[in-house]
Design a protein around this ligand. Structure first.
Ligand SMILES: [Cu+2]
Length: 133
């Protein structure tokens, strides 16, 4: 019985961690109509990882790498929504411009993967671009 309770408590704490993820970052629209957002990439995360933008409004995404050694990139592959991003990242910020044309949730990820080891995406370099009305 004690084992069962411990197992349940462990499961609950794991669920709490999963669902306690940061709230989405809603990107504000500047006076010139551009939605500007900065993303920091590190080992192994994107921060913020969940961003919300308006459809049919230009987005200026500035992204840079926090760390030196491990190579990272940022990929958003959503051609149906007018988004096709595949940029390798450096310490200097890169500015990526796009205009999302379709409402939906699109994965953001890094596709780097050392031989025989887990991919960066599996290690947490994954996020969501949420396009809303
Ligand atoms: Cu990476």
């Amino acid at each position: 019985m004690k084992h069962v309770i411990i197992t349940i408590l462990t499961a609950l704490s794991v669920l709490t961690v999963v669902f306690a993820a940061e709230p989405p970052t809603v990107v504000q629209i500047d006076t010139d109509g551009v939605q500007r957002i900065e993303i920091l990439a590190g080992d192994y995360f994107f921060k913020p990882a969940h961003i919300v933008v308006k459809v049919n409004q230009p987005v200026e995404l500035k992204v840079r790498k926090e760390t030196y050694i491990v190579p990272h990139n940022i990929i958003i592959d959503a051609p149906a929504a007018g988004i096709k991003i595949n940029e390798s990242l450096s310490r200097d910020p890169k500015t990526i411009l796009f205009t999302p044309t379709k409402v939906g949730k699109y994965p953001i990820f890094c596709d780097k993967k050392p031989p025989f080891l887990a991919s960066h995406r599996e290690k947490g370099m994954e996020g969501v671009l949420e396009v809303v009305e």
